[in-house]
Design a protein around this ligand. Structure first.
Ligand code: SF4
Length: 375
């Protein structure tokens, strides 16, 4: 926790709020009320916390900040997928997407049985994956826990689903394990029963395999579902597609997956973006089966959504079917993700917005989702 003056109420765990209230000379039980206002009810202004005294509200407003990303633009797909362009307090922009489990039409996301929020954890990304435009941007900065949690508050409030059951995937801009502390703090805040009470089992963290952080994740008391962005079956090819493989190779990554603590029935999801004539052959499929043979795994195939600036093509449906069949016939659970929100470019690899990134005229922000996450 920083000094009281720089405490962002949105990114404070309950014990931090209690300490802040003690510093103000107020009873600690008010911390629970504040926590509920922010996370359960989506309030973004302490002056609206009407069960607190006027004096306390003024003191909170004077001493602390409560940051919430501003909505710059919203785009709604014909299937109900909604893409948000959000501006952070320093003017940087990120995107977050709400994906209904089943297409619901463009008008009412509340009709969906269940929705998934796809959140960003960084502005840009340092991982440089060859099929991802975010990777080409490089890393700008990490998001704070307040900014990660704030995306949930904004999406839930804007769509009127904060009181509904939803799931979260950390598959937006950035590599969550490259922003470990703030990401895990955000998950603790979301999991707290005094707020949203989101079970970690309703959260999926997708990583390309930052091994030291993955080993650390394996020791966490609150552990989200794990998805590994694998995308290749050989060291040589993965070195090119997912450059962090040069540091933490495929073999070490899969060894870490074997050690990763899983409860009964839990499995690791392996995301595999399919690139025409690159990694979509029957030999690739058979290698994938061998690599995962002793891991509790399921495979999610993601036929590439082509986008300008990405030097790969989408495989034919026949190639995708053939690949999936080889996995399924050898006993792997496999799914082929249907693209959602393609008409608003919210699908996998298609999130390319053209919005000023900084005050510099003409500088454009090209955002693209982790290929593991958006379709
Ligand atoms: S695919 Fe994910 S990890 Fe790779 S560069 Fe894109 S955002 Fe980063």
């Amino acid at each position: 926790m920083g000094t009281p003056a720089d405490l962002d109420l949105s990114g404070a765990e309950l014990h931090e709020l209690e300490a802040a209230l003690r510093d103000l000379g107020s009873p600690a039980f008010h911390a629970r009320q504040i926590f509920q206002w922010i996370h359960k009810r989506g309030v973004t202004d302490v002056r609206l916390m009407t069960d607190l005294s006027r004096e306390l509200r003024e003191a909170l407003a004077t001493r602390f900040v409560l940051t919430t990303p501003d909505v710059v633009k919203t785009e709604r797909s014909s299937d109900g997928t909604t893409k948000f362009l959000l501006r952070l307090s320093d003017g940087k922009q990120i995107e977050a997407v709400c994906i209904p489990e089943h297409p619901v039409g463009p008008t009412d996301v509340r009709d969906a049985d269940r929705v998934t929020f796809c959140l960003s954890t960084q502005v840009g990304c340092a991982m440089g994956c060859a099929f991802c435009l975010t990777g080409k941007m490089g890393i700008d900065r990490n998001l704070t826990a307040a900014e990660i949690v704030g995306q949930v508050r904004v999406l839930g409030r804007e769509l009127g689903v904060l009181d509904q059951r939803f799931t979260i995937v950390l598959m937006g801009m950035g590599e969550p394990l490259h922003n470990y502390d703030e990401t895990m703090k955000a998950l603790r805040i979301l999991a707290d029963e005094r707020g949203l009470g989101m079970s970690p089992r309703r959260v999926t963290l997708s990583t390309v395999g930052v091994l030291p952080a993955l080993e650390r994740l394996a020791t966490e008391p609150l552990m989200p579902n794990l998805a590994i962005s694998l995308h290749s079956t050989t060291e040589e090819q993965r070195d090119l597609l997912v450059p962090i493989n040069r540091k933490y190779g495929l073999k070490e990554l899969l060894d870490a997956c074997r050690r990763f603590p899983l409860k009964r029935r839990e499995r690791i999801t392996f995301e595999y973006v399919m690139l025409k004539n690159v990694n979509d052959t029957p030999d690739d499929a058979r290698r994938l089966v061998r690599l995962l043979s002793d891991i509790k795994a399921k495979v999610n195939l993601l036929p590439l959504n082509e986008a300008a600036g990405i030097p790969f093509e989408r495989p034919s449906d026949a190639a995708v079917d053939r690949f999936a069949r080889i996995l399924a016939e050898r006993g792997l659970t496999v799914s082929v993700r249907k693209s959602r929100g393609r008409d608003i470019r919210a699908a996998c690899g298609q999130l390319i917005t053209e919005t000023p990134r900084t005050a510099t005229p003409g500088r454009r922000l090209a955002l693209a989702m982790d290929a593991a996450g958006r379709s």
